[in-house]
Design a protein. Structure first.
Length: 387
């Protein structure tokens, strides 16, 4: 029987409505898929330098928070496996700093010897060689972990450290900068060829970064930029050096070895540690407004002893017999994150330090030293890095 005109019109409108609803559901599905694939987690994997945007959640945050460098200073060994990276992923660590060494005979001798190709079993570790650095970075990248290449100098002599390096004459300084330039340009070339995600051009060279040497550093940075095309920083000592440096404008980030003293008390409570941070925060905020560069704590950490907050830069004496104080270390970590992590100038931090493959019942000397591994401090780190 032929359909009436009114019935045909009703069926037509019903069909149009069905098509419209189907189209709306399809578009909704596409939008959900897009946000699932391109949301904050995906953008973090794509690049730490993605444009900042606001993400609406139950507790609004900015994309800049998720792009902070969640790092640790990685201790080189004679090998590395996939298993060594699993704890990093568990603790939401997104960056490691690898630290090859150059060797200086004493604090006043200009020559620097490199350690670029040492085989296993000789002075230096495979993980500090060019091959080891490259392999570690490649394996980390496969798991979404980025790498900062952070060469250090090892100064011979009991108790000596890079801050002691100081030449006796202008001629010696010229020779030192020539030797150091060759050293760091080697690692700039390695960082470029192996696709490292950042390069630290020096670490705590207090006398070498005095204003008198500004031109030498600017020349060196120009040479580095011609070789390596990623972001650059310098790891300055917390006490004086970061404020004396005059070439921050030529770098991408300010790097600070953030061993700020917080309290002279033994096993201080959290509120004491929080108060201890306040003068340092005020100084950092005021100074950062002048340099207008984001700040990375290239090293920060606390040993596992009652006096961890007094002189955080000092290694515990007699590591094998020092009495561990895991609760104090954990409180120091909590104070660090509560005070610093949310600062607008904070780009990220690298915890000192991380031993790949360290077992819970590892060497006794590790129980008192800086690593947070298998201690309550690791839980604090994971909770904050996971936010």
């Amino acid at each position: 029987m032929p359909l009436s005109f009114s019935l045909r019109r009703w069926l037509l409108w019903a069909l149009v409505g069905l098509v419209s609803v189907s189209a709306m559901w399809w578009l909704f599905g596409q939008r959900v898929a897009y946000h699932s694939e391109n949301g904050p987690a995906a953008r973090e994997i794509e690049g730490e330098y993605a444009p900042v945007a606001t993400i609406e959640t139950s507790s609004p945050i900015t994309l800049a928070d998720s792009l902070r460098l969640r790092g640790v200073n990685w201790v080189a060994g004679d090998s590395i496996t996939e298993t060594d990276l699993a704890p990093l992923l568990h603790d939401h660590i997104t960056w490691i700093a690898q630290m090859p060494f150059g060797w200086q005979a004493d604090a006043a001798t200009p020559g620097i010897r490199t350690n670029t190709a040492r085989p296993v079993g000789r002075r230096g570790l495979w993980g500090e060689s060019d091959a080891g650095l490259t392999y570690t970075a490649r394996l980390a990248r496969r798991h979404g972990i980025r790498t900062l290449l952070k060469p250090h100098l090892w100064v011979r002599g009991r108790g000596a450290w890079p801050g002691d390096i100081n030449m006796r004459s202008p001629a010696d300084w010229d020779a030192w900068f020539a030797s150091y330039s060759a050293f760091i340009l080697h690692y700039a070339a390695l960082a470029e060829s192996a696709h490292f995600d950042g390069l630290c051009i020096g670490t705590e060279l207090l006398h070498a970064t005095e204003p008198a040497h500004e031109k030498a550093w600017r020349r060196l940075i120009k040479q580095i930029r011609k070789t390596y095309h990623g972001p650059l920083t310098y790891a300055a000592n917390w006490a004086v050096e970061y404020q004396q440096i005059r070439f921050w404008d030529a770098l991408d980030y300010v790097g600070i070895q953030a061993y700020f003293p917080l309290s002279t008390a033994a096993s201080p409570p959290l509120d004491t540690l929080l108060r201890g941070w306040q003068p340092h925060l005020r100084a950092l905020a005021a100074w950062q407004k002048k340099v207008k560069k984001p700040i990375v704590f290239t090293e920060v950490g606390y040993k596992t002893t009652p006096d961890a907050a007094a002189k955080p830069w000092e290694w515990p004496e007699r590591l094998a017999t020092a009495t561990p104080d895991e609760a104090t270390q954990a409180r120091c970590y909590e104070a660090l994150f509560q005070t610093c992590w949310g600062q607008p100038w904070m780009k990220g931090m690298f915890i000192w330090k991380w031993y790949p493959g360290l077992a819970a019942d590892g060497p006794a000397r590790r129980h008192a030293d800086f690593t947070p591994q298998h201690k309550p401090a690791e839980g604090v780190l994971a909770r904050w890095y996971g936010q």
